[in-house]
Design a protein around this ligand. Structure first.
Ligand code: SF4
Length: 278
């Protein structure tokens, strides 16, 4: 107790609470803005064992208790043979916290790794997608939450613009091909600096994935470019995120978004923005 009878929390506790508050605010904003979660949903969190998906799971569990709507949360992990450490410590940690979690060893992926150790991301992602849909179907969930962060969004925007000639990033909400599952990215406004702080404060035994250590050179260059700019101009990433939600089609060159006079088309097409069709 501090002089004057005011109770003072240790600095570490205050930092943890601040990080948690920021996380909940940013995740809540994304969920609300894009209607990611709706009454009666069962949300399956794709838990890779890394800091991002752990922070996402934590945020969704906390929001579930506070949200004005009812939804349930479960988590699952797909083992594709890429983890650098045994998953047991994480399994124990999840069990101790009473989290509804499923671990699935994907045999086709493990076979793929054995037969074609140098397979690329395309093949790996295809195998993972198939496994994910199968698991989530078994869990009775209708929503799948992926842990892509604001850093991923910015990096993917720059990569698409600079290397593929498209202004595009990652969808906040989308659907699996037959609209069986709603796919959501609740961390789109959350930085990796924050997920790191959250994972540390949870004391979770984060499991590294071998692939994150051999990330492509383009990805590395874009990340370091952003980090370097951010050192000189704080909030660069926040500004980029804001820009992604504030496009001015009349100052771009895509005639699909312009009427015949070069002005912005007033009619927003549901095909261009699938989310408004909901
Ligand atoms: S980075 Fe590794 S785990 Fe991720 S898609 Fe590529 S091969 Fe698969």
């Amino acid at each position: 107790m501090a002089p004057g009878g005011i109770s003072v929390r240790p600095i570490a506790d205050n930092r943890r609470l601040d990080a948690e508050k920021t996380l909940l605010r940013k995740v809540g904003e994304a969920i609300e803005r894009f209607r990611m979660i709706r009454e009666g949903d069962r949300v399956a969190v794709a838990l890779s064992g890394g800091k991002d998906s752990l922070a996402m799971l934590e945020a969704l569990l906390l929001l579930q208790r506070r949200a004005p709507i009812q939804f349930s949360v479960c988590a699952f992990t797909v083992e594709q043979g890429k983890f650098l450490r045994p998953f047991e410590p994480m399994a124990e940690w999840l069990k101790a916290r009473g989290i509804d979690w499923t671990y699935h060893q994907d045999r086709p992926s493990l076979r793929l790794l054995e037969e074609q150790p140098d397979h690329g991301c395309d093949l790996c992602s295809r195998f993972r997608r198939r496994a994910v849909y199968e698991i989530v179907r078994g869990l009775g969930a209708n929503v799948i939450a992926f842990g892509h962060t604001a850093d991923d969004l910015c990096e993917s925007f720059l990569r698409n613009a600079l290397f593929t000639g498209r202004l595009s990033a990652l969808p906040a909400v989308t659907w699996s091909r037959k609209r069986e599952f709603r796919l959501i990215r609740p961390l789109i406004y959350v930085s990796e600096e924050l997920t790191k702080r959250i994972a540390e404060s949870l004391g979770a035994p984060v499991i590294p994935c071998g692939c994150s250590e051999r990330t492509g050179t383009v990805r590395k260059s874009l990340r370091s470019l952003l980090a370097e700019l951010e050192r000189e101009h704080p909030h660069i990433q926040d500004n980029l995120l804001a820009a992604l939600g504030n496009i001015e089609p009349s100052r771009l060159l895509d005639v699909r978004y312009l009427n015949g006079d070069g002005f912005e088309a007033k009619q927003v097409s549901a095909e261009l923005f699938p989310i408004v069709a909901e």
